[in-house]
Write a protein of this length. Structure first.
Length: 162
């Protein structure tokens, strides 16, 4: 077992050697969407490795491609579904914001201010800034998000069958 730290969670978390960061993050209730089902196709399990990046597996070509799509990518960005824990001392933080998976998610929030950043599920770009009012016209502009997510899920299913 290896010990990792997740910013915002007080106690260190134990994870089996060579298990993905994703398992421990979801086990601890960290809100990750995993729109592609953990296949490394989307950005919804994006994390920042604050310490101990050398105690994680190397980036796969798939992860490198997915990370290139991210608007808020940093040198310490990783996908939790692809990063396997190989040693102790890893510390991660989760970017703030909520990934939009369907514009219907915002329908009930029309007229309210966004409490947190609302992000695009594929590239992580900011769709609605915190504090901005969510309007029906803005939701209509975001219809492409529904198409993007549907395409991503289709790609994920085709990979699963291989």
């Amino acid at each position: 077992m290896k010990s990792i730290h997740i910013d915002g969670i007080g106690d260190p978390c134990l994870v089996k050697t060579d298990h993905r960061l994703l398992e421990v993050l979801t086990e601890r209730g960290v809100p990750l969407t995993m729109a592609c089902g953990g296949k490394g196709l989307c950005a919804t399990c994006h994390v920042f490795v604050v310490e101990g990046s050398d105690n994680l597996s190397k980036q796969t070509p798939r992860e490198e491609r997915a990370l290139k799509m991210l608007a808020d990518r940093r040198p310490n960005s990783r996908l939790a579904c692809q990063a396997k824990v190989t040693g102790d001392g890893v510390r991660v933080s989760v970017p703030s914001g909520r990934y939009l998976l369907d514009t219907g998610d915002l329908g009930a929030l029309v007229g309210r201010r966004a409490e947190e950043a609302i992000l695009h599920p594929i590239d992580g770009r900011l769709l609605i800034a915190p504090g901005k009012i969510i309007t029906r016209s803005r939701i209509q502009e975001l219809r492409s998000v529904d198409i993007d997510v549907a395409e991503m899920k289709t790609r994920s299913l085709s990979i699963r069958r291989r």
